[in-house]
Design a protein around this ligand. Structure first.
Ligand code: SAM
Ligand code: SF4
Length: 395
């Protein structure tokens, strides 16, 4: 393919017309033993109103480079954004509205932990403009909740979900399964209950052991018995079947929704759109002068704040991606989706075609399929080995 026909796409064509803002809140009440997200427990005095000023400053910096975009979603992720004062959430949303047009139907999500203290702030978040919450329930059983180091009980979590459902137009909650010693029967019961409680959306994650966590040390010391590959695959298959039957099929590897209730923000990542990432350790993908910039900010919360006050942003990485890297990212993100990826868009972004031979080989073993609209997607059989499938198609 000649390079003349490539790389001349408008921002809209390259971003798929998608633009969102991710806001990272890095603080948690305690560190959970399995979690390697950028989350910190701060001790001592903390002036939240002052800290939030750094977000407004950093948003102003990114806005300079992304004028004219329309914000379709904002996501407050963490850490634990439900520790934020609702006035801080409102202040950040006001700052966003000052710099960009916000679509009146924009999805504004906040991640919340389901303790009663946090639930008390839900009405304040709704008044500030949040219209979707995603609750970290993690388990509907007391023993596992305690083992996972969670600060809430099952009753508290269910009450928080119910309260959220009565306040916000859209809600979701997260569960972690394939936990140490968990059986398939136990998960079947737990997931059945979850499907009664859930409304439009559920995120179901298999427990992963991440380096640098307490679970990692326990696992290495042989003190954490994790399911083997076969059992993990059975857990996964059962989860797919049960959610499908309940009307919340997977639209992404770990995310399930009633049609139309998918997380629009996460779809911006997976459909390889454009997004600004502010706050400590946030990542962004920005289209500037027809190049895709991969940005990342300083991870340490107070170092980030210092940097922002000194230079207007906390960025420590700003890499311009090559077309090849863009193509790889599009595959890695898009093949997680049930809808798959558009090979024509891949060719436009990356300047290369996915090899027909690779596609046909993967089709022959039943790992990928081509849909009537020409999109390529990974099949049920291929999902458990997604990483290998992506590597083959990117080769
Ligand atoms: C940023 S975290 C959590 C947000 C919120 N602070 C909470 O704990 O509910 C987002 C989600 O990732 C999932 N998660 C985190 N670490 C995980 C791990 N090691 N394995 C599987 N899921 C994990 C949890 O379900 C969690 O709700
Ligand atoms: S799981 Fe949530 S509450 Fe626990 S440490 Fe990670 S971000 Fe914080």
């Amino acid at each position: 393919m000649s390079t003349e026909s490539l790389g001349h796409n408008s921002v809209d064509a390259r971003s798929n017309g998608l633009f969102g803002v991710y806001v990272h809140w890095p603080f948690c009440a305690a560190k959970c033993p399995y979690c390697d997200f950028n989350s910190h427990v701060h001790r001592g005095a903390f002036d939240e109103a002052h800290y939030v000023e750094a977000y407004a400053q950093e948003l102003a910096h990114f806005a300079k480079h992304t004028q004219g975009r329309v914000v379709q979603s904002v996501f407050f992720g963490g850490g634990t954004p439900s520790l934020m004062d609702p006035r801080s959430v409102g202040g950040i949303l006001d700052a966003i509205a000052k710099h960009w047009i916000v679509d009146p139907k924009a999805e504004i999500t906040l991640e919340a932990n389901p303790t009663s203290v946090e639930a008390d702030r839900f009405r304040g978040y709704r008044a500030a403009g949040v219209n979707r919450v995603s609750l970290g329930v993690q388990s509907l059983r007391e023993g596992p909740l305690a083992e996972l180091g969670r600060k809430h009980t099952v009753d508290e979590a269910i009450a928080a979900v119910r309260l959220a459902q009565s306040i916000f137009p859209r809600t979701s909650f997260d569960l972690i399964y394939a936990r140490p010693r968990q059986t398939l029967d136990e998960w079947q019961d737990e997931l059945t209950e979850a499907l009664w409680i859930a409304q439009g959306h559920l995120s179901l994650y298999q427990l992963t052991i991440e380096m640098g966590t307490r679970y990692y040390d326990l696992f290495r010391a042989g003190k954490l018995k994790m399911p083997d590959e076969d059992l993990s695959a059975d857990f996964y298959e059962m989860t797919q079947e049960m959610t499908q039957k309940a009307g919340l099929p997977a639209y992404e590897i770990s995310n399930h929704a009633r049609p139309g209730q998918e997380s629009r923000h996460n779809l911006i990542y997976w459909r390889y759109g454009e997004y600004v990432g502010v706050g400590p350790g946030a990542h962004g993908r920005l289209l500037i002068n027809n190049q895709r910039h991969a940005t990342a900010t300083e991870k340490l919360p107070f170092e980030w704040e210092k940097r922002v006050h000194a230079r207007g942003h906390g960025m420590v990485t700003d890499d311009v991606l090559t077309w090849e890297e863009e193509g790889d990212e599009l595959l890695v993100m898009g093949l997680r989706l049930r809808e798959g990826i558009d090979p024509a868009r891949f060719a436009k972004l990356s300047g290369r075609k996915i090899s027909d031979r690779q596609i046909n080989e993967l089709k022959a073993i039943g790992f990928v399929e081509t849909l009537p609209n020409g999109f390529i997607r990974v099949t049920d059989k291929g999902w458990p080995v997604l990483d290998a499938v992506v590597a083959d198609l990117a080769a």
